[in-house]
Structures are given as structure tokens and as C-alpha cells.
Design a protein around this ligand. Structure first.
Ligand code: GAP
Length: 551
């Protein structure tokens, strides 16, 4: 394996390649894009080598190209109608974003997939939808008023504002290495008022969805007759008055969380731990970090057996969540599980792991997995004087949240966009290889000939498909242009009504990623599309393969 450099328009780009023997010739084959910086590229190549050593076959086919910075992704999202700066005609507002038509569809698909995987397909998790503003005592009890505080600093040299953890003080500016000036602590909860007549009640916009799960815990448990272990899930908006929102959607002031509070009895074993045997991931626990070693690629079950991941529920949920991302097309090489250092943990947590993702700006938290133990239920029991005990094996217990998988919808959105963003050299356009389940538009329908007979068939297909899927009817421009327009927004299938369609009562379907085409009977089109999206059939088995000029 070796690193190669390409210079395009005066800029260097580094790639990782390997030599493969093809009969008598030796060819080089692409493995991964390594970025624009030589030193970073060498580090990344080392890591990939380590990972591929044990898992080459499985991972090779999944390798993806990530060629854009976070700002380039923001520009692409705006250009294509996924995400806009909020209120842009007035200059926008830092940390707030509006989702356009395609972005809304993609976000909804992410939430639908999350809901199916975590609630619908399981017996042990139910869902609630709590309110954004609630009784302010909730935040007193949860510790958010007293302990949910950040430290604000300003760089004395370049004026860069940021928040840092207390243990990082004095710290050095991440932009210019200048000295930071401490601006004191601040609480990132947004404050507003309830009641139009003064004196009104001061309330907060929730900074996490989790607390509504704790306050409703007894009602939900009784109504759904839940027995330990069980989880309560919630998808909803959260708000944090971040000191310096940045990096597009990564750190915003209004965002959406998909959280699960998973409750167990104290020391209750995870009955699903065997499932972790099938999962390998880069692991970066506290010891490895403190000894300045590189993260290690490990089997999750082995990591739990060796007490690298101490808690079986942590091992299980890290695996489950990682698998969810991979099942929806994310690149496994871009994930790692990192344990929080003792000094980083939130006020409520006794052990926390993050699923981190290799964002263009570096490895960052994608999803948190805190062990909140019985902290929250006990706090609410004490503050509200309402018992949070439930029956377990003939005894009254206060359950423990041994693991809280908590994911931002927008961070998941970034992951799926980044891992599916390709530039196709042959087609000379971007191909957004979103998983068909996530793709905003499932199919585009094109009549190739502008005559009523063909347009009538197209209309009928669109009307039929629209009952079940988001599809678009695209009549304008050359067929090649229509393909590229849809490649760029991730439409997995293009359906073309061509000269022989009226006679044969069939159409062609083109696969976005391979440009292969098949012919399918018009009467079967909805069934075929459903099976393709749900991965119940492979593309070439769904119809008769055909060769065409326009790919
Ligand atoms: N209930 C636990 C909790 O809220 P957190 O680590 O503060 O924990 C959980 O947040 C997840 O919410 C993060 O991993 C991230 O995906 C998302 N998130 C947090 N703050 C965010 C922000 N300012 N912008 C976008 N997403 C954010």
C-alpha cells in the first residue's frame, strides 16, 4: 500500500492506493482519500493499514471517498436545497438553520429509520414526545441550573471566542496558539417567560430531551406495563445558547436529539451481549488515550471480556448504534468508540463513551453514551417528592440508566451526506450515494420522447408511485442532464419511458451508483421499487439487463 499525491489546480490531494496483479500487469487500485495535508495523510494511512490488516475483505468494498470540507458541504447543501442559513435574507443568525425540501425529506427519513430500528422492531422500547418548555423545577432537580455550565474564553492574540472544559485551563488557542483569557462560566440554557402579564414565570428551552423521559418515567412505565430492562425513546428539539456555534450543523443553537434512556436494575446483565461478537470497531479507551497510544481495532465482545469496555450495556449499545449507521451506508472506517476521560464527564455521568466520527475537521463526538446510573430518577424523587420506585423481582427499586444513547439528528445528517458524497470522474458530476432508504427522492420519471402517448404513460407511473414514494417527474433537458441532476441529489433510481415502452409495456430503470439499466414491466414498477429500496432484491435480479448509450 502506498500514498500518492495529485496536484489539481495547484492544490495537493493525497490518496492511499495499493498494487494489484491483473494477469501479467500490476495495476494500482484506489483505497481511500487522505486529505490535503501530507502529515495528516500519513497518519490516516497508518490507521487504515492497521484496520485493513484484520478486516480487509469486509471493509474494502465499503471504502468511500470524502473530498469536501464542512464549508464546501454547507455550500452544496444550500445549492441543492437541503439546508439554508436561517433567515438568510436578513443576514441569517449564527447557530440556526432552515431545512429545504430535500433536507427535510432526508431528516425525516433518518428519523423514520431511527424509530423503526429502536422502537418499532423492539419489544423493550417505547417512545414519548415531551414538551420543549416545562416546569423550571425540572432543571433545578436535574442539576442543569447549577452544573450545566461552560467556561468562556477569548484568545488574547486573535480574539477567537470558544468554550473549554475547566480541566483544559489555561489552554492555548486552537487557531493561533495564543493565550486564552478566562471570561467566566456561563449557562447555555435559553431563558424565556411564560405568561404575558408581569411578573411572569422564567422558564428554559430544554437543553436535552432526556429530562422529560425522567419526569414522565412512572406514568410511561405503568401505562406500557414495562418490566426491567426497558428503554424510553424520544425525538425532539433541544436548544443550547452555544458560545460559538460553528462548523455548519455540527454545533448549532437549535438542534434535534434522538435519545434513549435505557433502564435496568442495579447490575442487571445485558441479555444481548452475544450480539457484540459480530462487531469490530476502533476503540480508544481512557488508558490508551492517557498513554498516548493509537486507538485499537477490536472486537467489541473481546473488549468487554477484557474489561476495556467495563459495562456490558455500553458494549451492546455502542455496537447497536454503530451497526445502525453502517446498515444505512456509512463508512465503517470513519467511526471509533472513545471513552471520556474522568475530567470530561458531565455532572450526571459515572462513565461515558462517545461514538466518534472522522468529520472533515477531525474526530468529533457523533453520539454520546452516558451511564447516568440512578442520578436523575433519584433527583426527581427528592425534588418532587414523587416515588420513582418500580417493582423488580418482588422488590421496589429505583432503576439505573446504565446507558443513554443520545444522537443529534443534524450530526447523523452530516455523516450520511459526507459518506455518500462522490465526484464521478467519468460522469463529471457529483453522485450522492445515499442509501435508498434515506434518499429524499426515491425515483425520477422521464419520458424520453415529448409526445402525448409517452407523457401519458409517465403521468400514470408518477401518480401510482406518488401514493407510496417521493418521486419526481422530470421532463426538461437532455437525458444525460436529467440523470446528473438526480445523481447530485441522491435519487437512487431513474425510470425512463422510451420508444419501445408503449409496445412492450415496460420501462428502463437506471441504478444511480453503477449506471446499469434493467427493463421492468410497468405493472410491476411499484413492487420492484419497494423491493429495491428495502434491499429485498439485487438490482440486476429485479429486471432484464439492457445496454444503453446514455449512462
Ligand atoms: N442527554 C444527553 C446529552 O444531551 P450531549 O452529549 O450533550 O448529551 C448528545 O448531547 C448529542 O446531541 C451529541 O452527541 C450530539 O449528537 C447532539 N448535540 C449536542 N449538542 C449539539 C449542538 N450544539 N449542535 C448539534 N448537535 C448537538
Amino acid at each position: 500500500m502506498f500514498i500518492t499525491k495529485k496536484t489539481i489546480n495547484g492544490k495537493d490531494y493525497f490518496y492511499f492506493q495499493k498494487s494489484v496483479r491483473d494477469k501479467d500487469k500490476v495495476k494500482s487500485e484506489y483505497i481511500a482519500y487522505l486529505g490535503k495535508d501530507k502529515e495528516e495523510a500519513e497518519k490516516k494511512a497508518e490507521l487504515i493499514k492497521q484496520q485493513l490488516g484484520s478486516k480487509e475483505k469486509n471493509y474494502q468494498k465499503k471504502l468511500q471517498q470524502m473530498t469536501i470540507s464542512i464549508d464546501e458541504l454547507a455550500a452544496f447543501c444550500k445549492r441543492k436545497g437541503f439546508v439554508y442559513p436561517s433567515g438568510e435574507i436578513y443576514g441569517g443568525l449564527a447557530g440556526f438553520w432552515d431545512f429545504g425540501h430535500l433536507g427535510t425529506l432526508l431528516e425525516n427519513n433518518i428519523k423514520t429509520e431511527w424509530r423503526e430500528y429502536h422502537v418499532q422492531e423492539r419489544d423493550d422500547i417505547v417512545e414519548i414526545d415531551g414538551s420543549i418548555i416545562t416546569n423550571p423545577k425540572v432543571w433545578e432537580a436535574s442539576g442543569h441550573i447549577s452544573s450545566f455550565v461552560d467556561l468562556a474564553v477569548i484568545c488574547k492574540k486573535c480574539g477567537y471566542k470558544t468554550k473549554i472544559d475547566k480541566h483544559e485551563i489555561p489552554g492555548r488557542c486552537e487557531k493561533c496558539q495564543g493565550e486564552y483569557e478566562n471570561q467566566g462560566e456561563f449557562n447555555p440554557m435559553f431563558v424565556t417567560e411564560v405568561g404575558p402579564i408581569k411578573p411572569s414565570v422564567e422558564v428554559y428551552l430544554r437543553p436535552e430531551t432526556a429530562q422529560l423521559i425522567f419526569t414522565d418515567f412512572k406514568l410511561v412505565q405503568e401505562n406500557a406495563r414495562l418490566k426491567l430492562p426497558f428503554g424510553i425513546a424520544q425525538i425532539g428539539k433541544s436548544f443550547r445558547n452555544e458560545l460559538s456555534p460553528r462548523e455548519f450543523l455540527f454545533r448549532s443553537r437549535e438542534f434535534e436529539q434522538m435519545e434513549i434512556e435505557y433502564f435496568t436494575a442495579l447490575n442487571q446483565k445485558c441479555p444481548y451481549i452475544e450480539e457484540t461478537k459480530a462487531v469490530d470497531i476502533l476503540i480508544y479507551n481512557e488508558d490508551i488515550q492517557k498513554n498516548n497510544k493509537a486507538p485499537e481495532f477490536m472486537n467489541v465482545y473481546d473488549a468487554w471480556k477484557k474489561r476495556i469496555i467495563k459495562n456490558d450495556w455500553h458494549a451492546y449499545w455502542l455496537s447497536k448504534e454503530y451497526e445502525w449507521f453502517i446498515s444505512l451506508g456509512a463508512n465503517p472506517l470513519n467511526f471509533r468508540a472513545r471513552q471520556h476521560l474522568a475530567e470530561e464527564k458531565s455532572h450526571y455521568a459515572i462513565d461515558t463513551w462517545d461514538l466518534e466520527y472522522n468529520f472533515p475537521m477531525g474526530w468529533r463526538e457523533l453520539q454520546g453514551f452516558a451511564n447516568r446510573a440512578d442520578y436523575d430518577l433519584k433527583q426527581h424523587q427528592n425534588f418532587s417528592k414523587t416515588s420513582m420506585e418500580i417493582e423488580h423481582e418482588g422488590k421496589k427499586v429505583i432503576p439505573h440508566v446504565v446507558c443513554e444513547p443520545s444522537l443529534g439528528v443534524e450530526r447523523a445528517f452530516l455523516v450520511f451526506m459526507l459518506d455518500s458524497y462522490f465526484y464521478d470522474e467519468k460522469r463529471k458530476n457529483i453522485v450522492l450515494k445515499l442509501h435508498p432508504k434515506l434518499a429524499p427522492i426515491k425515483a425520477a420519471v422521464f419520458p424520453i420522447i415529448k409526445k402525448p402517448e409517452y407523457e401519458k404513460i409517465s403521468d400514470d407511473i408518477v401518480i401510482k408511485l406518488k401514493k407510496e414514494f417521493n418521486v419526481i417527474y422530470d421532463k426538461s433537458g437532455s437525458i444525460g442532464r436529467r440523470y446528473s441532476r438526480n445523481d447530485e441529489i441522491g435519487t437512487p433510481y431513474c425510470i425512463t419511458i422510451d420508444d419501445i415502452s408503449p409496445k412492450q409495456e415496460d420501462v428502463t430503470i437506471r441504478d444511480r451508483d453503477t449506471t446499469e439499466q434493467i427493463r421492468v414491466k410497468i405493472k410491476n414498477i411499484d413492487n420492484v421499487l419497494r423491493k429495491l429500496i428495502n434491499e429485498e432484491i439485487s438490482f440486476l435480479k429485479a429486471g432484464k439487463k439492457v445496454e444503453t448509450r446514455v449512462k
